[in-house]
Design a protein around this ligand. Structure first.
Ligand SMILES: Cc1ncc(COP(=O)(O)O)c(C=O)c1O
Length: 470
């Protein structure tokens, strides 16, 4: 039976029976069955078209024909592991090296981005994971998130980069006082799960100084934000300034446009140190001829369609539209971003900047009714995050902001009495088609929410340092 012929109810029932509940769904109360994707659009089993504002994996567009063709052609000839000589892997390493500072000249290929969350060693360095489990290990140290909107040092601080870097220095010193050494500093170049944070320029350089001084290496995670997404540069760490070069860069997601490809780029010094251990590096699927053909095709499309420049111009237009919304709706506390990586921070009130969590969820669920897919992130789950396929257009930007405006304005549903949400029970034949009869947002941040509660939540990922006993 073709996957799209099976009714949504049946698919859900099968999924519930056969898959673990740990595998979560978007919109769990009303999951969407997606059967096709093209460009920045996804299509459900009924043919309804959704605008995808969140899938940064489908970087050059869902099912881009040139990427599909490259995979298909190579699949017909050869797909095997990287223990044989093959031109694709060296061509691909060469092409990637042309996008990076010269120092990052050694490449390891994988089939996944080594998620902060699956291996116990990586759970251990992911605050948003370990906080729900065994807690922080003695060899893990967490530095404050360089968040100039809600963090320790905000936009009014004269030198937030220096102040946040000093916090890292403080952590390093306290580690050393305990007789430990620093192994590595891990950070997303733009912390996304932490709420679309833009670290102040110059922060990484100062941190790298402290980390190198203590004998550690600087690892920049570009898995969500690399490959031109930030518009001004190909790599998000380059937003920090020309003079900054990490020791290790991790790449994934967008690198293969949906094909499982990932890569670690590093310096000769780090590679030599790893070689000295005598341990072989091998990954069954990493660097296969098909993976590398796909990776090369993604780079070709980025270049041919000038998607980095496109991300810069559409992204700044979207930011302008969102800034207009901010001026209009006090619930929008902050609009931040670069290129097609944008966060809209919803707050209860400006004085406390308390995350407007329920309101953010509400906006996301209403946008879905308009066939727009957006999601939230950040420790307070209150930041609306945009990270669409890079072909996202000016029209798409206008469309999503117009709908957001309508939702925030209350969609013409005026009085407070009408703000009570009433949901009809879903009928078994039509799961998820529950109807919301009267919905609106409160008049604005600070007016008191009809959802009650709010804010807080588990702390999101922050830069993590790891240490070894000396
Ligand atoms: C910032 C970041 N790093 C790493 C990963 C891991 O990638 P993968 O799921 O391919 O292992 C993710 C995945 O969500 C991520 O968001």
């Amino acid at each position: 039976m073709a996957a799209d012929r099976r009714g949504k109810v049946e698919t859900l029932a099968l999924r519930r029976r056969l898959l673990s509940n740990s595998c979560r769904l978007f919109y769990p109360e009303d999951p969407i069955k997606i059967v096709r994707g093209q460009g920045q659009y996804l299509y459900d089993e009924q043919g309804a078209e959704y605008l995808d504002c969140i899938n940064n994996v489908a970087h050059v567009g869902h099912c881009h024909p040139l990427v599909v063709q490259a995979a298909h052609e190579q699949n017909q000839v050869l797909n095997t592991n990287s223990r044989y000589l093959h031109d694709n892997i060296v061509d691909y390493a060469q092409r990637l090296s042309e996008t990076l500072p010269e120092k990052l000249s050694v490449f390891y290929f994988l089939n996944s981005g080594a998620y902060h969350g699956h291996l116990s060693s990586l759970i251990d360095i992911s605050p948003y994971k370990f906080r729900d489990l065994d807690g922080q290990k003695e060899w893990v140290h967490v530095a404050p998130l360089p968040d100039t909107y809600r963090g320790l040092y905000q936009e009014d601080h004269p030198d937030p980069a220096g102040a946040y870097a000093n916090e890292v220095k403080r952590v390093v010193s306290s580690v050393q006082e305990k007789g430990r050494k620093i192994a590595a500093f891990f950070v997303e170049s733009l912390p996304s799960v932490a709420g679309q944070i833009i670290p102040p320029a110059g922060f990484f350089q100062e941190v790298a100084e402290h980390i190198h001084g203590a004998g550690g290496v600087f690892v920049a995670d570009e898995i969500q934000v690399g490959f031109g997404r930030v518009g001004k540069h190909f790599w998000a760490f380059q937003l920090q300034g020309e003079d900054f070069v990490p020791d290790i860069v991790t790449m994934g997601k967008s690198i293969g446009n949906g094909h499982p490809v990932a890569c670690v780029a590093t310096t000769q010094a780090v590679a030599r140190a790893f070689e000295a251990t005598g341990v072989e590096y091998f990954n069954t699927f990493g660097g296969s001829p098909v993976s590398c053909a796909v990776g090369l095709a993604v780079l070709d499309v980025l270049e041919k369609e000038q998607l980095q420049a496109h991300a810069a111009s559409v992204g700044s237009y979207l930011m302008e539209l969102l800034e207009e919304q901010k001026a209009k709706h006090p619930i929008i506390g902050d609009v931040r971003g670069t290129g097609l990586f944008i966060g809209v921070d919803l707050i209860k009130d400006e004085a406390t900047r308390t995350p407007a969590t329920e309101e953010a969820n509400y906006v996301v669920s209403r946008l879905k009714d308009y066939y727009i897919l957006l999601s939230t992130d950040g420790p307070g789950r209150n930041v609306l995050k945009f990270k669409p396929p890079m072909c996202f257009s000016v029209d798409n930007a206008q469309h999503v902001v117009a709908k957001m405006d309508a939702i925030l304005t209350g969609e013409g549903v005026g009085s407070k009495e009408q703000l009570t949400m009433s949901v009809e029970p879903a009928c078994s034949q039509d799961i998820g088609r529950s109807r919301v009869l009267a919905r609106s947002l409160p008049g604005g941040a600070g007016t008191g929410s009809w959802w009650g509660g709010g804010g807080g939540g588990a702390l999101g990922p922050r830069p993590a340092l790891t240490s070894q006993t000396s």
